[in-house]
Design a protein around this ligand. Structure first.
Ligand SMILES: [Zn+2]
Length: 526
């Protein structure tokens, strides 16, 4: 048996590990690399084996860095396998893959626009050998956008053809993503399922996001069998809605020859999962007192549903004024539906607080799901106090920008940050500048933020609600190892920035485990 690591090796994204034995080749995840555009594009366009040889892909969960390259495999003619995962993961993947395809499509449109624009600028150079009148060049340059924020796709296509410019194609299209969905084959947790001639797999809850799993793979070879356990992304204890990571494995899965373990926060200790409701309550009361609006830039899968869950609890207990809540993101709305359809994944608290009382956690009289752009625009102009959750989570695009544009300059309003804001994103800028201005007692001129090419004063209050991480920290991962009672021969540490992985590996070695950090493309025999 051979195991190779083709993604999330000394980095966080692009999860893809392969287990090969005899005629079987099974992939553990098939995720997308994320990061710098050009670099990720190149890495994503390569599937490191002949897709005809892949028996099946076992998918731990629906985050794009774990499932995002599946359409690249299923669009090849020779692929005969399935994508095996839980039902909740299959349902969520449908929306997330289609959304990813849309992003690929709009990315490539943008790159094509840039290429044409660059070419037209070159034509203005008097030494250009291509005979086009300056008048026409001017006209073409003006027509590349049909509206201020909309590309004139037809003209761009026409010019790419006319001047034989290199066209950037999307990694995959919406049609490719739709095709991929046909290959999904849902399975239940704890039930072994055959995934190759001599391989079977059992999925266990990982407590990271709705439907997320660890995968135990049993490989029969020369009358012995070996077990590889893949953690996928390992969740935290006591998170709302979903169950804690599984620690009780079926007897036949308790002896592990190789554990492939994530290490996103291998060198970190999180704050404990706090009850975030008291803070949320305070923010709602204050903003309501000012007659303002709370804007929450939210990630569509997970964070949005957790906020809805907390708001619903506060409303049920009449702890806050019941402001209308708007979910202004079609993707978040679809994924909330997926959450609603999978009560089998909920923890006891969710059962007690909601289901046993016949209440759907994601539906209450004050919540409204906004779908059309017109409704969203109407909400932008509404003067009634309310709470709005809109994407994107880091304010790099999406409907949140319009809410911000309308309300950022009004001190009655609050921008509530509930997720990680990466460096160099607009969300990070708002968070840093807003908190700094607040800490200074709001003295002097408010900071300026650029939105759609114009400057806006950041007068609205900025607040942060932490404690939402979906990955276990070093102690929680250690706790998993101890409480699961697994007998582990070797650990491959993956899915972490190099520093996190190396540090977690050292920690494991100090605990007495044989552990190593594979490099991208590395293989091992077992
Ligand atoms: Zn994940």
């Amino acid at each position: 048996m051979r195991i190779s690591f083709h993604g999330a090796a000394r980095q966080v994204t692009g999860s893809l590990h392969a287990v090969m034995s005899g005629d079987d080749l099974v992939c553990l995840d098939c995720g997308m690399f994320q990061g710098k555009r050009q670099e990720s594009r190149e890495m994503n366009s390569v599937i490191p084996f002949d897709t005809k040889l892949i028996s099946n892909i076992l998918l731990s969960h629906a985050h794009i860095d774990h499932c995002g390259r599946i359409p690249l495999v299923t669009k090849q003619d020779g692929f005969n396998g399935h994508i095996i995962c839980t039902e909740a993961t299959a349902d969520a993947s449908e929306y997330l893959l289609k959304d990813s395809a849309k992003i690929q499509e709009s990315d490539s449109s943008y790159l094509n626009y840039k290429a044409v624009k660059r070419f037209l600028y070159e034509l203005e150079n008097p030494s250009s050998e291509i005979a086009v009148s300056q008048k026409e060049v001017k006209k073409l340059k003006k027509s590349l956008k049909s509206k201020p924020h909309r590309l004139n796709q037809e003209l761009i296509d026409e010019l790419l053809d006319r001047f034989h410019l290199v066209r950037t194609l999307p990694l995959y299209t919406t049609a490719d993503a739709e095709r991929a969905i046909g290959y999904f084959q849902p399975t239940s947790c704890r039930q072994p399922v055959r995934v190759g001639k001599n391989m079977s797999a059992t999925f266990y809850n990982a407590g990271h996001i709705l439907g997320s799993t660890m995968i135990s793979l049993r490989v029969d070879e020369n009358s012995t069998s070996k077990t590889v356990l893949y953690t996928g992304d390992l969740g935290r204890y006591d998170k709302p809605i979903i169950k804690d990571p599984n620690r009780e494995f079926n007897k036949e899965d308790r002896e592990v020859d190789l554990l492939i373990m994530e290490s996103t926060y291998g060198n970190r200790i999180h704050e404990p999962v706090l009850d975030l409701k008291p803070l949320l309550k305070e923010i709602i009361q204050e903003t309501y007192g000012r007659g303002g609006v709370i804007m929450i830039p939210a990630f569509a899968y997970g964070r949005t549903q957790e906020i809805i869950y907390f708001l619903h609890e506060l409303y049920l207990k009449n702890e806050v004024p019941k402001l209308p809540v708007y979910i202004d993101s079609p993707l978040a709305t679809n994924l909330t539906t997926v959450f609603g359809e999978h009560p089998e994944t909920y923890d006891e608290d969710t059962h007690e607080t909601f289901l046993e009382r016949g209440i759907n956690p994601f539906s209450f009289p004050e919540i409204q799901y906004v779908n059309s752009v017109e409704e969203s625009m109407k909400l932008n102009r509404s003067s009634e106090p309310h709470i709005v959750l809109a994407g994107s989570g880091m304010c790099e695009g999406g409907r949140i920008l319009h809410h911000l544009r309308h309300r950022i300059g009004d001190k009655r309003n609050t921008i509530l940050v509930v997720g990680y804001m990466a460096q160099n994103t607009l969300g990070r800028r708002i968070l840093d500048l807003g908190l700094e201005y607040g800490q200074s007692g709001r003295q002097g001129k408010p900071p300026e933020i650029q939105l759609y090419g114009s400057q806006y004063s950041l007068v609205a209050e900025v607040k942060k609600l932490g404690g939402f991480s979906a990955h276990g920290d070093r102690d929680e991962m250690t706790r998993f190892l101890k409480e699961s009672g697994l007998k582990i021969k070797k650990i491959a540490v993956v899915h972490g920035e190099e520093e996190q992985s190396l540090s977690f590996c050292k920690h494991l070695q100090q605990m007495g485990y044989q552990a190593f950090v594979p490099r991208q493309g590395e293989s091992m025999e077992m």
